[in-house]
Structures are given as structure tokens and as C-alpha cells.
Design a protein around this ligand. Structure first.
Ligand SMILES: Cc1cc2nc3c(=O)[nH]c(=O)nc-3n(C[C@H](O)[C@H](O)[C@H](O)COP(=O)(O)OP(=O)(O)OC[C@H]3O[C@@H](n4cnc5c(N)ncnc54)[C@H](O)[C@@H]3O)c2cc1C
Length: 465
């Protein structure tokens, strides 16, 4: 097992860090203050090969699945809001890729990014006032009228909502069927009936545009239904006849693939806060006077980084970040190499990344003390930016539910597998009286049910069985 980055991955990391330090960080305070879209940063990213369709293809081609995480972590180290402005279109592209036909993907995905030096944006609109985690309750409707679909409803909290060139919208065609009555539609720029509603004013990631998308008799050609009419009719038919679609586990598996990048994004914030605190304290920056009074160890009175109270905290933060990064790297590698994440490894990496970012920024603020509250220093911004990683792309509570359900399913699968092996053993004894063979098989069954081996291995066994 080799945990080191390849030469290409190391070079790419350095390229991203350089861009984040030279371009993103200097622009961050202004866009954070104004809540403005960082178009000039996006253009510069395009020039440096860090934005656009070729860039996305490069990330996807990495055999270890690490480039996407490196990109997310390094750019979020620069500024989470700007990083999200740069990568928000990938949500729309992922929506197109998971539901569209090859022709639809080829036509619309490039439009989410734009060609040459023209930067375009995509938006993926699912959430509604009453339906975020509870996605089956969507009320936005899509009705077929001749050779057009007519969409009506309001989407809320949509990244790039209203300013995107391509909106991918999930709507219901049959509300009775819950999520199985829903379909995805693509809406091109300038389509009448689509407009931006309220723009959100946010606590953090303020350089990323978030707004309502209002659809009022928005008419789009019938071919803008992703996946096509035949596929939708088959899906509705199955749902109405009560047959299982298998979609739920498919959707869960897809989310498992995308979540490590979200975990990596959160870690970029934690890493930035950690590095800054180290250098602040190394420069002799004051530490919380209460903390100083409580530190009664022999190191009291020494420079901050040599004091045991400070060392305890910094060591804990560094360890948590490393542990979360390993989860992210493993899940990303599993996703890229086709190892099934049946134990919820993707969700674990997102959950841990978000929790560590929030905990680390708060803990480091406690360590630094009142100076951390000042806008003169960047710690308060990282603290504000971190919180969103427990709220969007599946809240922390929802991640825990997903992990728990996948773990339970995995456990039951192991039990079933063990029972099957035991049944084979009994059958073998009955047919040829070979007790030794039966004993060996039963031992394997016991090992299978009790091993606690991780989901990937169990998934592999299942695949090869
Ligand atoms: C900055 C930002 C950008 C966003 N970008 C997009 C975007 O581009 N596209 C898009 O479609 N959406 C986007 N969203 C929406 C986001 O994905 C949702 O807000 C999120 O999924 C939560 O859904 P909700 O708002 O309905 O909250 P709710 O689901 O109502 O959650 C409220 C609280 O209840 C908890 N909860 C809910 N269900 C359960 C349960 N079963 N068990 C335990 N606890 C539960 C949640 O964890 C949360 O704490 C964005 C949101 C923000 C803030």
C-alpha cells in the first residue's frame, strides 16, 4: 500500500496552491465583503487550466481519483466561496451526466463551463421551501403540453441560481408517486418563464451566488427532458404497478461517489485555519489570557508554540485533519477504482470533513482568543465558511442516517451470505457425509458473519461470488 502522491498529483497540488495563494486569497476579502461573483478569478483559472471542460476531464481521468480532492482542498484553502463559484457548475454537469442521454450530455455539459476564455455557469436546482432532505416532497410541476414541457414552481438556495447559462431542474410529473414521479429537465439561457428570485445574503461562502429560481409557465422543448420520454414512461409505469425501481440504492451509490470531494473542500478550510494559527503563534501572537492562566505546566511563560497547553490543542487539530483526509482519500480512491462503498465510506468522508472543519476553526479561535474575532485576521472568515459543510450537500444528520442504513444493510448481507454458506455445508454433509468439508465451510460462515470486515471487502466478495 502506497499513500504517497504521484509526481503528477504533487505537481497538480503545487499548481492549485500557487493559484490559491496568488489569485484567490488576494481577491477573497473583497468578494466576501461585497457578496460578488468572482468572474475575474474564474477567467484566470481558465487561463491556468484550472477551470472548464478540459480541466474536468483531466480530474476525471486520474486513475487514483485524487486530483478532484486535491483541487477542492487547495482552492478552498484559498477561499471557500470563490472555490464554490469555480466548481458550482459541476453539480449541474453531474445532474446531466447521471440522467441525460449521451447526446444530451454532449450538448449541455460543455455549456455549463463555456469554451475558450468565455466562462459559463451551470446550476442544479432541486431544493424547495418544503423539500430539501425530504426530496420526495417536491412541488415544482412539469406538464407536457403538445411538444413542450411547462414548468411551474420555486426552487430555493440554488448555487448559481438565476445567473447560470444552464439550469438543471428536478420537477414532479406525478406528485402521487413521490420521488419516483420526478424527472430532470434542462433549461437553456434566456428561456422565458425562468427568473432569479431573492438572492440570499449569507453568513459564509459569500462569493458563491445563492438564489431562488422562480419558474412561471416556463416552456421548454420536449427533448429537454433528461433521459427522454420513453425512459420516463417506463419509470412511471413501474412505479404505478408497484414494482421496485432499484433507483434508491442507485442514487445512494451515486452520492457516495461525489461526497469525498465535499469532504475535501471542508478540509481546505480547516487546513487554512490550522496553518494560519501556527504562523500567528510562531510570530508570538498573543493567546487567550484565560488559556494562559489555566496553563500551569512547566512550559508556562514560554513562546506560544512551546507551551504544552497550546501543543495539546494543535496536535489534536492536526490529527483530526489528517484522519479526515485519509477518509476522503480512501473514499475517492474507492469510487474511482469501482470498489463499492457499501459501508457508506463516501458519506463518512463528507461527514468527518465537515465536522472537522467546524470543530477545528472553533477550537483554533478559542486558542487564539479575542484576536480571532477581529476582522483584521482571517480566522473569523474560515469559521463562518466552515459551517455550510454540515448543512448542504446532505446535512450532517442525513449523512449519519445514510451511513447507519448502509452499515445495517451491509451487516444483513453478511449474515445472509453466512447463512447460505452454512446451508451449503449442511447440504454437503447430507449428500456425501464429508464432515471435514462441512466443518471447514461452517468455519468460513462463522468468520463471514462475525468478521466485521469493511464494506469494500464484503462488496468485493459479493461481486466475485
Ligand atoms: C449555500 C447553500 C447552497 C445550496 N446549493 C444548492 C443547490 O445548488 N441546489 C440545490 O438543490 N440545493 C442547494 N442547497 C440546499 C441544501 O442542499 C438544503 O438546504 C439541504 O439539503 C437541507 O435541506 P432543507 O433546507 O430542506 O433542510 P431540512 O431538510 O428541512 O433540514 C432541517 C434540519 O432537520 C434535519 N433533518 C431533516 N431530516 C432529518 C431526518 N430524517 N433525521 C434527522 N434530522 C433531519 C436536518 O439535518 C437539518 O438539521 C443549498 C443550500 C445552501 C445553504
Amino acid at each position: 500500500m502506497d499513500f504517497s502522491l504521484s509526481d503528477e498529483q504533487r505537481e497538480f497540488k503545487a499548481l492549485c496552491r500557487k493559484f490559491a495563494a496568488e489569485v484567490i486569497r488576494p481577491a477573497a476579502p473583497r468578494h466576501d465583503a461585497d457578496e460578488s461573483t468572482p468572474w475575474e478569478v474564474m477567467k484566470e483559472a481558465r487561463i491556468r487550466g484550472l477551470h472548464g471542460i478540459e480541466h474536468i476531464q483531466r480530474l476525471g481521468a486520474d486513475p487514483d481519483g485524487q486530483l478532484s480532492c486535491i483541487y477542492a482542498e487547495e482552492l478552498h484553502w484559498g477561499c471557500a466561496g470563490i472555490a464554490l463559484a469555480l466548481s458550482g457548475s459541476t453539480l449541474a454537469a453531474a445532474g446531466l451526466a447521471s440522467s441525460g442521454t449521451p447526446e444530451q450530455i454532449a450538448r449541455w455539459v460543455p455549456e455549463c463551463f463555456g469554451a475558450d476564455d468565455e466562462v459559463q455557469l451551470g446550476a442544479y436546482a432541486v431544493t424547495e421551501p418544503q423539500a430539501g432532505s425530504d426530496v420526495k416532497s417536491l412541488r415544482t410541476t412539469a406538464k407536457l403540453d403538445g411538444d413542450e414541457w411547462v414548468l411551474n414552481g420555486t426552487k430555493v438556495f440554488i448555487t448559481n441560481g438565476g445567473i447560470a447559462d444552464v439550469h438543471v431542474v428536478v420537477a414532479t410529473v406525478d406528485p402521487e408517486l413521490g420521488h419516483r414521479g420526478q424527472a430532470s429537465f434542462v433549461i437553456g439561457e434566456g428561456t422565458p418563464g425562468l427568473r432569479q428570485g431573492k438572492k440570499e445574503s449569507k453568513l459564509g461562502i459569500r462569493a458563491s451566488h445563492t438564489a431562488e429560481v422562480v419558474l412561471e409557465d416556463c416552456r421548454i422543448p420536449a427533448e429537454n427532458l433528461l433521459g427522454g420520454m420513453e425512459k420516463l414512461e417506463r419509470k412511471l409505469e413501474r412505479a404505478r404497478s408497484g414494482k421496485s425501481s432499484g433507483r434508491n440504492s442507485g442514487a445512494l451509490a451515486t452520492f457516495e461517489l461525489t461526497r469525498p470531494v465535499v469532504g475535501a473542500s471542508a478540509l481546505g478550510i480547516a487546513q487554512a485555519a490550522y496553518e494560519w494559527t501556527l504562523s500567528y503563534l510562531d510570530d508570538g501572537g498573543s493567546i487567550d489570557p484565560i488559556e494562559a492562566a489555566l496553563d500551569e505546566s512547566s512550559s508556562a511563560g514560554r513562546p506560544p508554540l512551546e507551551r504544552q497547553g497550546v501543543q495539546q490543542v494543535l496536535a489534536q487539530v492536526a490529527t483530526e485533519i489528517e484522519a479526515a483526509r485519509l477518509l476522503v482519500q480512501r473514499a475517492s480512491w474507492m469510487g474511482r477504482s469501482g470498489k463499492p462503498m457499501t459501508g457508506g465510506q463516501g458519506s463518512m468522508s463528507k461527514l468527518k470533513g465537515g465536522d472537522v472543519a467546524m470543530w477545528a476553526t472553533r477550537t483554533l479561535m478559542d486558542l487564539v482568543g479575542p484576536a480571532a474575532w477581529s476582522r483584521e485576521y482571517p480566522l473569523e472568515k474560515w469559521f463562518r465558511d466552515a459551517k455550510i459543510y454540515q448543512l448542504f450537500e446532505g446535512t450532517a444528520e442525513i449523512q449519519r442516517l445514510v451511513i447507519s442504513r448502509m452499515q445495517a444493510e451491509e451487516y444483513r448481507r453478511r449474515l445472509t451470505e453466512a447463512a447460505e454458506i452454512a446451508a451449503d455445508a449442511v447440504a454437503a454433509t447430507a449428500s456425501n457425509g464429508d464432515r471435514a468439508e462441512a466443518k471447514g465451510t461452517l468455519a468460513r460462515a462463522a468468520e463471514t458473519s462475525a468478521s466485521g470486515k469493511n464494506g469494500a471487502e464484503a462488496g468485493e466478495r459479493q461481486k466475485t461470488a
